[in-house]
Design a protein around this ligand. Sequence first.
Ligand SMILES: [Zn+2]
Length: 111
Amino acid sequence: MELSYSTDPNWCSRCKHLPCRCGALKKKPAPTAGSGPIKLRLEKKRGKAQIIVCETGMNDAQLKELLKQIQAACGTGGCVKDGNLEIQGDHREKIEQILAARGLKSKRSGG
Ligand SMILES: [Zn+2]
């Protein structure tokens, strides 16, 4: 008699074992260090929105280069501050697109 665990995500249809014994369901390798999502934090400064791009894991040169691209895409001002980017205005959508195009994940936080 064969038990069916087909609703269990760990059930392997190849070796029919729970948990899998053949390695077909082996966990995907953990993402490399520093590849966690970049945080896009919305802040209000004197009534104006600005986005703080933090936890990028980038050095200053990389940040400046990214800042340039964001400024050009959003037509807005910004600066590198304390290892983060400060972008004037709520341009999270554009910033997300730019990061995604580089294969970087981002996550919104704050209002
Ligand atoms: Zn298996």
